[in-house]
Ligand binder design. Structure first.
Ligand code: RIB
Length: 299
């Protein structure tokens, strides 16, 4: 089984600050880096580093060639990647002294997928392959419908949360990769609803899907039919939480491709995510599988 990721690629402009800037305030940053990111790119790199066969489908501009190079170095198949005459997707990210972030995304070339392009990529898919998508590209509904028509399993990380959520064919999704806020929105419940109640609601709404709900320092919950599992976080000092969820997602899906028990997938993904949190930036923080295996030997 291979993963076909219809995913964003961003140039992350990362500003380290003591505290997040407040409305009307101007502040100096302590440091600045340009780094590779984008939820799609991060997830492709995580899945490839975890050993999965990954095709990345997406678009960059001419200023984004370093993103393509990084993915290729990580072992991602970038033969479908398009370079267009427009600015690559990019972000402004503030990281505060606790390692938390705030992100503004400009879609750029990530919003330029076409129906013909989706068809060309999916012509390389085989039934049983896994389509992966986030919400930083356009044509979300078409990716869901066309992937399903092709007999692919579908993993959807609805981040940033779509405005048009209700109009999407979400009944086609096999794996929802969500954090607690996204899960509450998906369930149409207030953000402070207890986690188990959110899961109960999602189980009723999407009875054939698995829900993987990451909870920051509270770990992760997994639900599929009658199977409910949880995994705590591995304690690390948080330097930068950017791409922690993406690392979890890529590692978890790569483990599914290896047909390991869900408990193993949750453990490996939680470890990979903990390592990512202990390092700065998005894609550069994603560990190699050997690092995850080494880390897990201490627990
Ligand atoms: O999930 C982290 C990512 O979100 C960053 O790399 C940034 O590009 C945004 O897409």
């Amino acid at each position: 089984m291979k993963i076909i990721n219809f995913g964003s690629l961003n140039i992350d402009n990362v500003y380290n600050v003591q505290e997040f800037v407040k409305p009307g305030q101007t502040i100096f940053s302590n440091s600045f880096q340009i780094a590779a990111g984008g939820k799609g790119l991060n997830q492709s790199i995580a899945a490839a580093r975890a050993g999965a066969q990954v095709i990345h489908a997406g678009c960059i501009g001419s200023n984004g060639s370093f993103l393509a190079d990084l993915m290729q170095d990580a072992g991602v198949d970038i033969s479908h990647l398009l370079t267009l005459d427009a600015p690559t997707g990019h972000t402004v990210i503030e990281v505060n002294s606790s390692g938390q972030n705030r992100i503004i995304v400009h879609g750029g070339t990530n919003q330029m997928l076409t129906q013909d392009y989706l068809d060309a990529v999916l012509s390389k898919a085989a039934p049983g392959d896994l389509a992966l998508l986030q919400n930083e590209t356009n044509l979300i509904a078409s990716i869901l419908l066309k992937s399903h028509e092709k007999g692919l399993k579908i993993a959807f990380n609805p981040s940033p949360m779509p405005q048009d959520l209700a109009s999407l064919p979400l009944h086609l999704v096999d794996y929802f990769m969500v954090n607690e806020l996204e899960a509450a929105q998906l369930a149409n419940l207030p953000a402070d609803t207890p986690y188990e109640s959110i899961l109960d609601c999602l189980a009723e709404k999407y009875p054939h899907a698995a829900i993987i709900m990451t909870l920051g320092h509270n770990g992760v919950l997994f639900l599929r039919e009658n199977l409910r599992l949880s995994h705590p976080i591995f304690p690390v000092e948080a330097v930068d939480t950017t791409a922690a969820g993406d690392t979890f997602c890529g590692y978890f899906l790569a483990a599914l491709c290896r047909n390991v028990p869900i408990e193993t997938a949750l453990r490996e993904a939680s470890a990979a995510s903990a390592i990512a949190v202990s390092r700065p930036n998005a894609a550069p923080s994603i560990p190699l599988y050997e690092e995850v295996a080494y880390f897990l030997r201490s627990f």
